[in-house]
Design a protein around this ligand. Structure first.
Ligand code: DC
Length: 204
């Protein structure tokens, strides 16, 4: 039987961390849908046309270890605004969500477009300052040379593009549960998300 948990939110709000933890806790499969756009964006940096890049995507592309750079994040956000790119990636995501045993998908449009009938929908947010600090820590720990102001500006630029696009913009589904992680620890955010999943699963 399928059971879908849709987790959306802006960059660096903690949705990936929450999604991985929920999947581990409940034994669900997890798909970070941002990787699909990052892998597509990554291919365009080599000169490939965006729609062609999305259609040619292979599972192995998602394993590439250079998908987390700021340059690839911006390329991902740009290709994600192209309706034909999004269309090329829909079927894979829906098939993943429908697998038996449960699935967690995190992204921007999971609760609104990809899985509007998901059993659980969470919209994970945090203040711009906290998100920028978290992303800065992540990038510095990987040896990137950057600073707080640069990271904050890039996050805001990406959020604006992701929110303003005509097709599948970043938006909470009307029936999503909001989870603001600004003042939460990772454990606190994970517990809140797991409590919501358990509540729905157990029908309480
Ligand atoms: O979650 P992320 O930062 O890895 O996502 C990278 C970009 O991909 C993000 O700026 C917008 C796009 N994206 C999207 O449009 N829809 C999704 N479901 C996931 C990501």
């Amino acid at each position: 039987m399928s059971f879908t948990v849709a987790i959306d939110g802006p960059a660096a709000a903690g949705k990936g961390t929450v999604a991985r933890a929920v999947a581990a806790r409940f034994g669900f499969a997890h798909l970070d849908t941002g990787l699909l756009y990052r892998a597509t964006g990554r291919r365009t940096l080599d000169g490939t046309e965006p729609v062609e890049a999305a259609r040619a995507l292979l599972a192995a592309d998602l394993e590439s270890d250079d998908l987390r750079t700021a340059e690839v994040a911006q390329a991902a956000s740009r290709v994600a605004a192209v309706p034909e790119v999004r269309a090329a990636l829909v079927e894979f995501q829906r098939a993943f969500a429908a697998r038996s045993g449960g699935a967690v998908l995190d992204g921007r449009d999971i609760g609104t477009v990809i899985c509007p009938d998901a059993e659980v929908k969470l919209f994970v947010t945090a203040s711009d300052d906290v998100r920028a600090q978290r992303r800065l820590d992540e990038l510095l720990s990987k040896g990137a040379e950057t600073d707080y102001d640069t990271v904050l500006a890039e996050l805001r630029q990406r959020d604006e593009r992701d929110s303003a696009r005509a097709t599948a913009p970043l938006l909470p589904a009307a029936d999503a549960v909001l989870l603001d992680t600004t003042t939460l620890t990772i454990e606190g955010a994970v517990e809140a998300a797991c409590a919501e999943v358990a509540r729905v699963r157990d029908g309480t």
